[in-house]
Design a protein around this ligand. Sequence first.
Ligand code: NDP
Ligand code: A1CAB
Length: 273
Amino acid sequence: MSLKIAFVGVGNMASAIIGGLRASGYNGESIVGSSINIDDHEAIEQRFGITMYVDNKDAVAQADVVFLCVKPNMLQSVVEDFASVVRDDQLFVSVAAGIELGALAEWLVKPVAVVRSMPNTPALVGSGMSGLIANDKTTESQKEWVAQAFDSFGSHVWVNEEDQMHTVTALSGSAPAYFFRVLEVMIEAGKAQGLDDATCRKLATYAMKGAAEMVTQLDDDIAQLRRNITSPNGTTQAALETLEAQGIEPLFTAAIEACAKRSKELGEEFANK
Ligand SMILES: NC(=O)C1=CN([C@@H]2O[C@H](COP(=O)(O)OP(=O)(O)OC[C@H]3O[C@@H](n4cnc5c(N)ncnc54)[C@H](OP(=O)(O)O)[C@@H]3O)[C@@H](O)[C@H]2O)C=CC1
Ligand SMILES: O=C(O)[C@@H]1CCC=N1
């Protein structure tokens, strides 16, 4: 029998996970969701074939596994509100940026299994990547379930130290947004040179997808893959020299540091608040 899964908060990230689970064969009848905005419920139910509730307690009470998918600043009040229906045998999986296992365990009151995750929205198309860390109440079989659930919409890595989740967020959770921004800029630059939007979108997107697939499918050194494209005094060299001169390395390093720092701040704001 498949486990019943509840999603508390069904926005962008929960939708990506539910979409990924459904596409990989999870039955809509085994998934429920809850969110305060009833206006969205019909659309969500039709999109995913799941049942939505207004009261989080109604979703949580019937679940074996509860995904916590509200914004970090709402999580404490949301969890404390449904804490009365939490059972010892439930597994909670948080996707909230920055929120630590210790804070979650305290808000849930009962000594339950909790996994903190940092997924990303490519889950929606089966290309998600997630960082995971579990508390000491989580059994090996619960960890295995979580790993295979996250693999159903992509892949996962376990980290050993909770602090490493900040880096996971910087390199993975938030990172699709950096690449969307790079694509937006490339497309605009292509349009400025006279190609239409659709053509620019196709060219730039396939370049990004192809580069990522080369790295994931081949075991080659990334710098070597770059050198393979870079003819001496050729077109690629001209572009790369410009990127270096304009500071691509300090730019991306600073962005990744800012992301990890913000993740850490969120954790500190909500730790045992
Ligand atoms: N988006 C991303 O790429 C990623 C997000 N995350 C994490 O996922 C979590 C959700 O982010 P995201 O999906 O982007 O945010 P969204 O705002 O898209 O989703 C949050 C959802 O929670 C609902 N909600 C608000 N209050 C309540 C409540 N009291 N009870 C139940 N549901 C409620 C919101 O409803 P309404 O819209 O009506 O207010 C909304 O549907 C965050 O903690 C974030 O850190 C993690 C990795 C990546
Ligand atoms: O921006 C955020 O806070 C969330 C967490 C990772 C991606 N989006």
